[in-house]
Design a protein around this ligand. Structure first.
Ligand code: VIB
Length: 236
């Protein structure tokens, strides 16, 4: 069995929990509360900004020029495809510049991003790939599962269409093949570490839906500073 197939098998219960999460189910059915989706879009923009940086670190840490070029291309794709999707969503959802300026990452979004940076800075190229692969692969599988859904909400239709596309499948297949290639060249200890990154990212993917569904906040809210208060008064 290939390394990627082993990883996929091990995370199956975690991915199934994502498939059945109410955020995903209700998105497909069109019944998801728009407040949850709005919250998701804001947190996901933060996530994607850092995801592109981790991909760029992958470009810098790649073992050859071709991989550097491909990872840099992937970072560019994240910017083009994902962020433009989100920019449109933000416009449609009426998310204001003020809201964006006062954005605070939620605990789960912050922890997931930190996990990816940790994998990158404490490891090698294979660690980066293992940590970022669930993001591609899980979304691809979710896109496939929701492909036939026709939610009434147009924004949910767009979201589903983005992840159920052939363009996206090619990106995912490329990253899976790359992970298998790297796995052949590293030690057993390194492979185990890569497995753990993949497993932790899979858990965070589940937690990300849950964070948005529960509109997660930090336990103790930040006190408004005088400067924030002035800004709020000026713009209200
Ligand atoms: C929490 C979270 N996980 C995965 C994705 C999906 N995604 C993000 S970047 C990328 C690769 C290039 O497009 C993919 C598939 C997301 N949006 N948010």
């Amino acid at each position: 069995m290939s390394f990627s197939a082993q990883l996929r098998k091990e995370v199956d219960p975690i991915w199934k929990a994502s498939f059945h999460h109410p955020f995903v189910k209700e998105l497909g059915e069109g019944t998801l509360d728009l407040r949850c989706f709005r919250y998701y879009v804001l947190q996901d923009s933060y996530y994607l900004t850092h995801f592109a940086k981790v991909q760029a670190l992958g470009a810098a840490m790649a073992n050859d020029l071709k991989m550097t070029a491909r990872m840099a291309h992937h970072a560019q794709s994240t910017y083009e495809a994902e962020l433009s999707l989100h920019e449109n969503f933000m416009k449609q959802l009426g998310i204001t510049d003020e809201e964006k300026a006062s954005f605070v990452p939620a605990p789960t979004a912050y922890a997931y991003v930190s996990h990816m940076y940790r994998a990158a800075f404490a490891g090698h190229f294979g660690d980066i790939l293992a940590a970022i692969l669930p993001c591609y692969w899980l979304y691809y599988e979710i896109g496939e599962k929701l492909k036939e859904c026709r939610p009434k909400e147009p924004i949910y239709q767009k979201w589903i269409a983005a992840y159920g596309s052939d363009w996206f499948r090619e990106l995912v297949e490329e990253q899976i093949a790359r992970l298998d290639e790297i796995a052949e060249t590293v030690t057993e200890v390194e492979r185990e570490r890569m497995k753990q990154h993949f497993w932790i990212s899979s858990q965070y993917e589940y937690l990300f839906w849950d964070m948005a569904y529960r509109l997660e906040t930090w336990p103790i809210q930040r006190k408004e500073t005088e400067c924030d208060a002035n800004e709020r008064i000026k713009t209200s």
